[in-house]
Design a protein around this ligand. Sequence first.
Ligand code: ADP
Ligand code: MG
Length: 624
Amino acid sequence: MPKMEFKAESKRLLEMMVNSIYSQKEIFLREIISNASDAIDKMYYKALTDDAINFDQDNFYIKVTSNKDDRTLTITDTGIGMTKDELEENLGTIAKSGSLAFKNENEMKDDHDIIGQFGVGFYSSFMVAEKVTVVTKAYGSDEAYRWESDGVEGYTIEPCEKAEIGTTITIYLKENEEEENYDEFLEESRLKNIIKKYSDFIRYPIKMDVTVHEPKEDDSEETVETIEEQTVNSMVPIWRKNKSELTDEDYENFYQEKRYGFDKPLKHIHINVDGTIRYNAILFIPETIPFDYYSKEFEKGLELYSSGVLIMDKCSDLLPDYFGFVKGMVDSEDLSLNISREILQQDRQLKAISKNIKNKIKNELKSLLKNEREKYEKFYESFGRQLKYGVYSDFGQNKGDLQDLLMFYSSTEKKLVTLEEYVSRMPEEQKYIYYATGDSYDRIEKLPQTELVADNGYEILYFTEDVDEFAIKMLMSYQEKEFKSVSSGDLGLDSDDDKNEEETTEHKELFEEMKSVLGEKVKDVRVSKRLKSHPVCLTAEGEVTIEMEKVLQNMPENQHVKADKVLEINHSHDIFNSLKQAFENDKEKFNLYTNLLYNQALLIEGLPLEDPVAFTNDMSKIMN
Ligand code: ADP
Ligand code: MG
């Protein structure tokens, strides 16, 4: 039998294929199994229109066998097989897909499951094989043929014996090299893993002879090894099942099996979309936060399947960053894959799916918040920070989607509340949504700045996370109510503003003097509008608040950004009289008091003292 050469282009293409198209060698098994599944599908499809074929499920399967002595791997299927011409056509010409032709000839509608389309998958076997043989007998034919190739020089086809209809592909593994060990593809457990990973949801059984250890009959500790034929794939993808057939437990099992997390999912979302774009998805909101979630190492993404075959482990384009915690998978027949079926072209379908998914997640979270508050709070504890980052990032373009999912601790309710709840409780005359920042609820509770707002009976939101104030600055307002820090200059309260100014003017010299004692440290010293029982506090003028300064101080590139601090004095407090007296009679005492008051204000704010030793010395001085 003369050797047929691959066509010239094919030869080059083949080399490319083998060396560069696929990122992982194990993919070859996915491709060979996909072809076997296609071949069985074609029988199934023929049976639909041909009464002569009795498609009995039990007779259709794929079997994977390895032989360590020969270093071969065989994949047998009971599919449609190939005639001599088809062997020539489909395996002799690279980039010729018999499956695509089959779909066209049979005018198959879109709801088929046939996977092949590019006509290159088969050759991926040469990544691991030095020789491949294909023994096949086509449906409706009495003759069987054997195709053989070493991948470079060409191939031969000759008649052979084969009893059953179908195809057996034998892969003769390459010699091991220093860096590459091909023996792994003979190991039972490795093969099982590859099948599970890529081909778990192939609709026909993929069988393997598996070694099992059974206890000996004589009750001793020893076991006997037996070989048992097992089906290693699950076959029916849970996402194609009807939601009504599935229980919470089914979803939890799937979550565990897929190793999406070690916890139980807090919530699952099962999506079957059958519109202009068709896809199925099962998404999970995890209960606990993965240990590396807020680190650089964390990779978001969903598993992506095309007609039940895994294409990508982590398709990051499917999830916006702010929903990066979501786990799960998407399966669609409508994706335009590239030739390796590995990476996707940036296509319209994928964009449409990801937009759709984003909305589903958002709505699910909203309904969780509305109907299962406790669960939502648990979720928010883990991932609320992520949502706030979402509001802040991308120039705030997602804030509309996210604002109703935010929660903050409330001074009056003593628990997390939504912005909607806050606004709905606002008395008519209240102009702003008030917030206060600090390290903990406890500390904020005691902040002097909160006094006046709280005394007006207004609710205050407590911000304890770095991102809070930045997110709120991006949000600017909620239902047309602006956010206002309790430390900001104008609190929008109907208090006696003028009187404060009068007081400041009246004691102008005193305040000027305090300012000159403190120098660069403060922008201004004045009478406070917001203090009632406390003697002093610090506030900030302008865009940068004190809390923001604290956050920025931790970023090397932003350390120069400072808040314009204002020292506010409670002129109704007893200390103000002492201050006045010192101002008039004792310059040294006045300096001492000024420094003490400033340092107290720093402490209350949770800011570091510039000179703790000087502060304690000052304290000791007044005790003398
Ligand atoms: P694709 O699957 O994208 O069409 P492949 O290179 O994987 O490309 O396969 C080329 C063609 O070879 C297939 O379209 C199919 O017609 C044929 N073929 C491959 N494997 C088998 C098989 N096990 N049984 C029947 N036909 C097969
Ligand atoms: Mg294929």
